[in-house]
Design a protein around this ligand. Structure first.
Ligand SMILES: [Zn+2]
Length: 169
């Protein structure tokens, strides 16, 4: 696989306004174009690699003519079993890549108007995809790195046997 979409120039040109203005169908098409870039957005069966599939338009699914496998544009990706609309997923990617300081789940939840838990899972999946993509990658040339401190005090395990010792006398 080539460069990850989140790092590509196509992602940088995303704007929230344009995503919502273009609507759900356009967002769905964007996902197809990104996933199946080599076939100009035509579905490719993830099981057998066949390029000939029936389109089940009503459910936005495909059925492979060769192996009869049913799949969707998100099958086998981090967006499989998605609950959000495609516009919201695209908007989430847009927010994720354009907030250089990161995006908290609370921010996602408020901005996209989705439940905190949904936002949390989505944010984690995006981070996971990004880290999986750059895993093992080597940098060259002049490299600049920002530093940050995490954690600090590690809370000891809350063992019941220790508790009576900490009780105030
Ligand atoms: Zn197939």
């Amino acid at each position: 696989m080539a460069q990850h979409f989140l790092l590509s120039s196509a992602a940088r040109s995303l704007s929230l306004k344009e995503i919502y203005k273009a609507g759900e169908d356009a967002a769905y098409k964007a996902f197809c174009d990104i996933r199946w870039a080599s076939t100009d957005g035509d579905a490719v069966c993830p099981r057998c690699g066949g390029c000939d599939a029936y389109t089940i338009t009503t459910r936005r699914k495909f059925k492979c003519r060769a192996c009869h496998h049913q799949f969707s544009v998100t099958s086998g990706t981090i967006f499989a079993f998605r609950k959000l609309d495609f516009v919201d997923l695209l908007a989430a990617i847009c927010l994720f890549v354009s907030n250089s300081k990161g995006m908290s789940a609370v921010q996602f939840s408020r901005t996209l108007s989705v439940q905190y838990k949904t936002a949390w899972v989505l944010a984690h999946k995006l981070r996971e995809a990004l880290s999986a993509e750059i895993d093992g990658a080597e940098l060259d040339g002049e490299v600049e790195i920002d530093g940050a401190y995490f954690g600090g005090h590690i809370r000891p395990e809350n063992e019941k046997s220790d508790r009576k010792d900490r009780r105030l006398k």
